[in-house]
Design a binder for this molecule. Structure first.
Ligand SMILES: NC(=O)c1ccc[n+]([C@@H]2O[C@H](COP(=O)([O-])OP(=O)(O)OC[C@H]3O[C@@H](n4cnc5c(N)ncnc54)[C@H](O)[C@@H]3O)[C@@H](O)[C@H]2O)c1
Length: 356
């Protein structure tokens, strides 16, 4: 029987709790399939620093490169915040993205019908929202040089090359082409030269996609429009920094950051992770919502392992669990029949999927 090699990085905080549930659901989903998974765990983040003094040990990079896909929990926490920047868990994650050339980050935002009430916005505003943020992940201000921290003056550099912008723009146009054919590129071209350049590169790529309608929006307006009328968006294309912020904002449309998955693609091996962080404030309490990680596992099946039928089953099982009224604490007050712990939610979804 074919066994896909999955590199598993649990990381810090709630990472181990949510990954265990995603694995439970993955195993249940393939009970009657002609393939399975072989998991190998690798250290990364704060826990890796504690054990090896490196937030991204070489063994982890090699393990990831030898895998069919990577399932990632979350890294970071206060405990490691005062380390020198290159030793911090977040630096490990940035390095991993760079090492694996994961330049395209896909963050779909869909509102589950059952949870429209859970949004901080009116349900009439969020019902039916189905958008995709395509974020450039290995360039821009997070990687630009020079970068200097000094007690008198500090700075970072937002830099993009033509190849970097055109590469991510092409991916975003391709994504829009199989959706509703609308692409909105978000920048700050009224102030930043790098954004003006970004806009020109996107325009150039658009010539190859006459079937996709392209618009441009400034980041400040986009932040506002996402709250005012999120349904206007199909695919949003943006840079590393703007995408980081916009996709967290977009998560609130869905009701909880604990619901949204992501895929980071580009190199030989793709990485799948929830969009949230390690949530140290709730770690170890058994209250974290595992659905974002379970949905990330579904994206892994769809985009890396090319098993869309099993991915569909997992997506459906999540929907059924929510329809039946199962809720973790973060979404507890909206149509809840039963409040579940992290492991209970994982077991419920696994049980539903195993019977499909
Ligand atoms: N990819 C990653 O691993 C990643 C991403 C973002 C932040 N971080 C790191 O995570 C740490 C905490 O960052 P933060 O607090 O800004 O963001 P966070 O996403 O960890 O948490 C923000 C808020 O959302 C809640 N939350 C997050 N995930 C949840 C879930 N699954 N279920 C229920 N509630 C959930 C948290 O309890 C918290 O109140 C920091 O060290 C940060 O650098 C890591």
């Amino acid at each position: 029987m074919k066994k896909y090699k999955i590199a598993v990085i649990k990381g810090d905080g709630i990472g181990p709790e949510i990954i265990d549930e995603a694995k439970k659901v993955l195993d249940a989903a393939v009970l009657n399939a002609d393939f399975g998974f072989s998991y190998s765990e690798y250290l990364m983040g704060g826990i890796a620093y504690d054990i090896t003094k490196d937030p991204l040990p070489q063994e982890t990079i090699e393990g990831c490169l030898n895998a069919d896909a990577i399932l990632f929990g979350a890294i970071g926490g206060d405990k490691w915040d005062n380390l020198p920047r290159e030793k911090r868990p977040e630096s490990g994650l940035l390095r991993l993205r760079k090492e694996l050339n994961l330049y395209a980050n896909y963050r779909p935002v869909k509102v589950y019908e059952e949870l429209a009430e859970a949004s901080a916005l009116k349900s009439s505003v969020v019902e039916g929202v189905d958008l995709l943020v395509v974020r450039e992940l290995t360039g821009g201000i997070y990687f630009g040089e020079p970068r200097v921290y000094d007690s008198k003056k500090s700075y970072n550099t937002m830099v993009y090359s033509k190849d970097e912008v055109k590469r991510i723009a092409r991916d975003a146009f391709e994504a829009a082409r199989v959706r509703r054919k609308k692409l909105c590129s978000v920048d700050k071209a009224n102030v930043l030269e790098v954004s003006q350049f970004w806009r020109e590169c996107v325009e150039e790529v658009s010539k190859d996609y006459p079937d996709v309608s392209l618009s441009h929006m400034y980041i400040d307006n986009a932040a506002m429009q996402l709250i005012k009328d999120p349904k206007q968006f199909d695919v949003i294309l943006t840079s590393n920094l703007f995408g980081d912020i916009l996709s967290d904002e977009a998560s609130m449309i869905s009701g909880s950051i604990g619901l949204l998955p992501s895929a980071s693609i580009g190199g030989k091996v793709a990485l799948f992770e929830p969009i949230h962080g390690s949530a140290p404030d709730i770690a170890g309490q058994g209250v974290a919502n595992p659905l974002a990680t379970i949905a990330s596992a579904s994206m892994m099946l769809r985009f890396a392992l090319h098993q869309p039928e099993i991915a569909d089953k997992i997506d459906k099982a999540i929907q059924i669990a929510l329809k039946d009224g199962y809720r973790t604490k973060d979404i507890a007050s909206f149509g809840a029949v039963e409040i579940c712990s992290t492991t209970e939610m994982g077991s419920i979804v696994a049980d539903i999927v195993s019977k499909m």
